[in-house]
Design a protein around this ligand. Structure first.
Ligand code: PLP
Length: 426
């Protein structure tokens, strides 16, 4: 049975039995500023007392225009147009719709294949799930995923965890670049690969190929965006500007559902109507309360120089985690950027009794929350991604609890079939 939550503060969550859990994975890697931040909740309260909802076709909102300006200032290049959504999945869905419409507008309806990587995860709605290189989550849903035939996949070579430039070039040639609508890529991997970054040369090459052949480069930064990787965006590590930047988790920081599709001026200008009229949207998209929350989140991120703090903290945490690999054979490696980190987990059941799910469970028993990752049997890992505001002392405490959890995992028989295990979404 799951524990019942009572309250949360900073990096800690407490259950109704008074047990304390150090949030080593920021909820679902979205509580980027920690739990209960008065600078943000005060502004939410002010908005609640003023107006929670107006519909975007009925009222102009200076707050929404301000949020768009702020995002445009932070995003690289000419990524200045924003369409709001309520979740990462919706935002990916919107980006796919945008790519299809972009080519249709230019009378290229055959240019409709979306190329994505396996492993990857882009969301649970039908289009986003079809695009996800995540066989476990797609399993048994094929009849619903009508657009399977317009999705192609690139796979890393044997032994590699992410596709490189050569793999992508080969996959693009196989699809036929003239058929390609968009490439969707996680610049820093999320839970599917277990935080494995795309190497910068691959992103640079994809940018060149997109320019050469006219397909769109969509960066899924739902997890990596807005400071998580130690830069504002995962793409910044390669100095690459995508055509479409998809943001989610970090924009809401866990306070209100909001996500965004940030589109280049060039792509937006190809339509003869504003993006909101072309793409349409969802009832609650861009509603005042969510907008006020995201505006408060962006102000906080900038005022507190959170990306730079995440870079420093990530370096320190990665070093401490690498120390654990020397002590425990269960842990194969440490990967990621900034505070989007993961431990590779040795999952051979003959040699080690533990798997990533066992480790997550053992960590919970030690008062530490971690996020299971990987697409078995492609990858097996556990994400370590505390709030970007985590202190040095809290990181030390995290590593101590993790150390004990790894020992506990290797010593106890596998509990992968316990009810708690099955509660974890993989
Ligand atoms: C990289 C990535 N894209 C998309 C999504 C989907 O976002 P949401 O769960 O908000 O729909 C996720 C969620 O984990 C994600 O990590």
């Amino acid at each position: 049975m799951l524990p019942t939550v009572s309250r949360a503060e900073g990096v800690y969550v407490y259950d109704t039995d008074g047990r304390e859990y150090l949030d080593g994975c920021s909820g679902a890697i979205n509580v980027n500023l920690g739990h209960t931040v008065p600078e943000i909740t005060d502004r939410m309260h002010q908005q609640i007392d003023s107006v929670c909802f107006t519909y975007r076709t009925q009222f102009h909102s200076p707050a929404l225009a301000g949020l768009t300006e702020h995002l445009a200032r932070l995003a690289p290049g000419d990524l200045n147009q924003v369409q709001y959504c309520n979740s990462g999945s919706e935002a990916i869905e919107t980006a796919l719709r945008l790519a299809t419409l972009y080519h249709a507008t230019a009378y290229r309806p055959f240019q409709c294949v979306v190329l994505t990587e396996e492993p990857s995860y882009h969301g649970m709605t039908a289009g986003a799930l079809a695009a996800s290189g995540h066989p476990l989550r797609r399993k048994d849903l094929t009849p619903l995923l009508a657009n399977q035939s317009t999705v192609a996949r690139v796979r890393p070579r044997q032994g590699a965890l992410r596709a490189d430039a050569e793999d992508w070039e080969k996959a693009i040639a196989e699809v036929g670049p003239h058929n390609l609508s968009a490439v969707v890529i996680e610049p820093v991997g999320g839970a599917a690969s277990g935080a494995v970054p795309t190497d910068p040369e691959t992103l640079v090459r994809l940018r060149e190929l997109a320019d050469e052949h006219g397909f769109l480069l969509i960066a899924d930064e739902v997890m990596s965006g807005l400071g998580r990787t130690g830069r504002w965006f995962g793409c910044d590590h390669a100095g690459v500007t995508p055509d479409v930047l998809v943001l989610g988790k970090g924009l809401s920081a866990g306070f209100m559902p909001i996500a965004a599709v940030v589109v280049s001026d060039r792509i937006a200008a190809s339509f003869d109507a504003p993006l909101s009229g072309v793409l349409f949207g969802h009832t609650m998209a861009g509603a005042p309360l969510a907008v006020a929350t995201a505006a408060a989140v962006l102000d906080y991120l900038e005022r507190q120089s959170i990306p730079a703090r995440a870079a420093r903290a990530g370096e320190r945490l990665a070093e401490r985690l690498t120390g654990l690999t020397g002590q425990h054979r269960l842990i194969t490696d440490v990967r990621g950027r900034g505070l989007q980190l993961a431990l590779g987990v040795q999952s051979d059941p003959d040699r080690f009794p533990g798997t990533s799910l066992d480790l997550v469970e053992a960590a919970r028993a030690e008062g530490l929350l971690l996020y299971p990752a990987g697409v078995t049997p492609l990858t097996e890992s556990v994400m370590v991604a505390p709030p970007l505001t985590v202190s040095d002392e809290e990181m030390d405490e995290l590593v101590q609890r993790l150390d004990r959890a790894i020992t506990r995992t290797t010593q106890s028989p596998s509990g992968a079939s316990s009810p708690l295990m099955t509660a974890h979404a993989r």
